[in-house]
Design a protein. Structure first.
Length: 348
């Protein structure tokens, strides 16, 4: 059995979805049941290399379709993790699709996202509808994918396996800095414009992520209580320097970064959107209402930073493990593979 992955971007330095695919393909390459893993992508970043990994780069949809056609055999299981999966649907290739997206919620961000939704929602709907099985990373998004495909299952994304940091500190030594992670754009950081004026002057925010939106980047660069650290590997972040992880995104599916942070033992403050309530609870953080006033949010942040709120090490996220997740995918792939070969043998 071989696995063929179709995606736009492949690598660790793009999005949470690409990080997930990179980690899964690495696990699949190490499985005895897998002969090879083909990656069909337009862009390649930093990724884990393996002798079983075969790279196919394309520039146009036509080139991508030609590669898909050349690999379309009963030995290959096709997989997509983004809207490029539509090419598999067009070619009537059987495939599994994992939905990492934020649609349809994202159309409510602003007029630009509303315009984008006119293109992307039908594209994803078509991709989801024509998949053999749809994999959701959150229970929340099952309500969207379920409109178009009833054959679905829940497989969580994994996280780094090593716990680096524990939040069991004395109140006197508790760090006064706030950690934020993610590509810097209006969706993830736009709310900071409302929150920062009410933030206690003793609190400082460090943000790790690629610069995406020039306007929001310029705004944050001019804020004395904010430092933009740029993109670095998750394992290089010194978690012991931070007292809380803050997410002010009002549109989410289920971000890997928050799961990773909780696994490190760092308390989380985030808006109660998407699948975040599936992982954040009173034992590991604070959920905010989207209509929460900035001064109330800043007071809750102050309470965490200065040790007035107590949190315990959360142990309920064991299912967020790359080994467990990859095995669930392999079980699904094997089932499809055996069924496909069975049908082929019946026709001989």
């Amino acid at each position: 059995m071989n696995i063929v992955v179709l995606t736009k971007n492949f690598g660790m330095n793009y999005t949470g979805a690409t990080v997930a695919t990179n980690n899964l393909t690495n696990k699949w390459c190490n499985s005895r049941d897998v002969g090879s893993v083909h990656i069909i992508a337009r862009n390649f970043g930093e990724f884990t290399k393996h002798e079983k990994l075969i790279i196919h780069k394309f520039k146009t949809y036509k080139e991508a379709i030609e590669i898909i056609s050349s690999l379309n055999s009963e030995e290959n299981i096709f997989y997509s993790d983004d809207h490029y999966g539509v090419l598999l649907a067009v070619k009537h290739v059987n495939y599994v699709h994992t939905y990492h997206g934020n649609w349809p919620d994202a159309k409510h961000i602003d007029y630009k996202f509303f315009i984008k939704s006119i293109y992307f929602i039908p594209l994803y709907a078509f991709t989801i509808k024509n998949a053999q099985t749809v994999v959701n990373v959150s229970k929340y998004m099952e309500k969207f994918t379920g409109r178009y495909n009833k054959s679905s299952m829940l497989i969580r994304n994994g996280v780094n396996e090593k716990t680096i940091y524990t939040s069991k500190k004395s109140k006197e030594s508790f760090p006064k800095k706030v950690l934020m992670i993610g590509g810097i754009d209006g969706r993830k950081y736009g709310q900071l414009k409302k929150i920062l004026p009410s933030l206690n002057k003793k609190i400082h925010i460090d943000i790790y992520g690629n610069f995406i939106d020039d306007k929001i980047v310029k705004f944050l660069q001019n804020e004395p209580q904010v430092t933009l650290k740029g993109f670095i590997d998750f394992n290089e972040i010194e978690f012991e320097n931070y007292g809380v992880y803050l997410s002010v995104s009002t549109i989410e599916n289920l971000p890997i970064s928050i799961v990773e942070i909780i696994k490190q033992g760092l308390p989380v403050m985030a808006y109660d959107v998407g699948g975040i309530s599936e992982i954040v609870n009173t034992s590991n953080g604070v959920l905010l209402d989207k209509k929460e006033k900035p001064d109330v949010i800043c007071q809750k942040l102050y309470n965490i930073i200065f040790g007035k709120d107590e949190f315990t090490q959360d142990k309920s996220l064991d299912e967020f493990d790359w080994t467990i997740s990859s095995q669930k995918y392999l079980t699904l792939f094997r089932k499809i593979y055996l069924n496909t070969r069975g049908k082929c043998n019946d026709n001989e």
